[in-house]
Write a protein of this length. Structure first.
Length: 449
């Protein structure tokens, strides 16, 4: 019995089932014909089965629909005509949901291919891997930088550079390292940076890889050019007058020797002054070369834990007399008061002296109330930091970009090695030094340890 309408189908089956049950009861209590009773009973069983099947048909279709979603099978479609209005509407909603899921999956796949294309073509090498070292993504740039064509696990990189593998395993979020190795006879320096991620409960690492060899070579060349320019300037400033004076003395002596004329007292005095000037300039040139040699021989720090308060107190004692004589006020702020850092005290004393001396010189040219502020604290990266600020004349923008270059100075009597020396000392301590300045407002040096 085929009914298109589920509702009428069920009603008809219930009516037939009821009629069959009444007929069976009548046969049992009436004629008691065993054959009729058997066939009526069989008809009742069949009708019960068909009724249950009709009722469960919708459940089976809903279950099939949910399984399609579960297993990402969005190819099924449901007919929306030929049934009751409620069934047609249900099937229409099934089709709408499947269509929406198809669109979402298509968008996801499009976005995946889009971002995968970007990752593959970006100039920075990118690698992602899980705790076992299994690689999920490695783009073309990373393969090219590391020198591999196909790789499944980061531990396979041991043949390229064991240190690279060690860094990839040990580095945590925000960690970075420089890796050096030789590839096809070419020296390479890679800068790696690591971020840790958690995706669906599994830990991953995202690593960026950059070849900084060319940048380092360019910076090195710039440094050499700046150094040669400064050396040339300083040496020519000394050698040119020396050569001129030596030529003048030689000409005077030649004239007297050729003419066989005794040297007059005035001429002797001129020669004496010339020789004295040559000696003074020669000594200046020797001091310059000595300063240059000292700049290249900074000792390795002998690190010990020191109290910041005691270090600054020692520096204050050194400067008290000069500051008082020049009417300069100095103030200190240390937070926490028991702040300590690991330093070579003698080397860091030299850095602080250089910076404070510069602050004193800057304040000589101002008519305002002269003030130097020294503040020590722990920065956002949990590193001890000292900030030294003055309200002096400031440094112009052009000079500010050069103050750490060896022998560059804006002072008439300066050697130009103090700040360069300070920067090298801070680097040897694993820290850094930066400067900010505003003309006619002041200068601020920051030491990060």
């Amino acid at each position: 019995m085929g009914f298109k309408n589920l509702r009428f189908n069920i009603i008809a089956r219930v009516i037939l089932l009821t009629a069959s049950a009444l007929l069976l009861a009548n046969l049992i209590y009436g004629s008691q014909n065993q054959v009729n009773i058997f066939f009526v009973s069989l008809a009742i069983v069949v009708q019960v089965y068909l009724l249950i099947r009709a009722i469960e048909k919708t459940n089976r279709e809903i279950s099939g629909f949910l399984n399609s979603i579960k297993y990402d099978d969005f190819t099924a479609t449901y007919p929306t005509e030929g049934h009751s209005a409620s069934v047609d509407q249900l099937y229409q909603e099934f089709n709408n949901v499947i269509k929406k899921f198809r669109e979402i999956r298509a968008d996801k796949e499009a976005n995946y291919h889009y971002f995968r294309t970007i990752v593959q073509h970006v100039g920075i090498g990118l690698i992602t891997f899980n705790k076992k070292g299994d690689i999920q993504i490695i783009n073309s740039s990373a393969k090219k930088l590391i020198g591999v064509e196909a790789i499944q696990n980061i531990f396979e990189l041991s043949k390229v550079s064991p240190k690279l593998v060690e860094s990839l395993v040990k580095l945590k979020t925000g960690g970075s390292d420089l890796i050096e190795f030789t590839q096809d006879g070419t020296h390479i320096q890679l800068s790696i940076y690591v971020i840790e991620l958690v995706l669906r409960g599994e830990e991953f690492k995202l690593v960026s890889v950059q070849n900084i060899q060319s940048e380092l070579e360019e910076k090195e060349m710039d440094a050499w050019q700046n150094l040669i320019r400064v050396l040339t300037h300083e040496i020519m400033n000394s050698v040119t007058p020396l050569s001129s004076l030596a030529a003048t003395v030689k000409d005077n002596l030649v004239d007297n020797i050729e003419d066989d004329v005794p040297i007059e007292k005035d001429e002797l005095e001129d020669i004496y002054l010339a020789v004295q000037t040559i000696e003074r300039r020669s000594q200046g040139l020797i001091r310059f070369v000595s300063d240059f040699r000292n700049l290249t021989k900074i000792p390795q720090p002998k690190v010990a834990t020191e109290s910041v308060a005691k270090v600054l107190e020692h520096i204050q004692v050194l400067f008290n007399h000069e500051l008082a004589a020049k009417n300069i006020k100095i103030s200190f702020s240390i937070e926490p008061v028991n702040l300590a850092f690991s330093i070579d005290k003698e080397l860091i004393d030299q850095v602080l002296i250089n910076i404070l001396q510069n602050a004193v010189h800057a304040l000589e040219e101002t008519t305002n109330e002269k003030h130097i502020m020294v503040r020590a604290f722990v920065n956002e990266y949990n590193r001890p930091t000292i900030v030294i600020r003055d309200n002096g004349c400031g440094i112009d923008e052009e000079a500010l970009s050069k103050i750490f270059i060896p022998f560059f100075t804006t002072k008439k009597q300066g050697s130009g090695i103090g700040l360069s020396l300070s920067k090298q000392i801070m680097r040897k301590h694993g820290g850094g030094i930066t400067v900010k300045s505003v003309m006619n407002e002041g200068t601020e040096f920051t030491l990060r340890f």
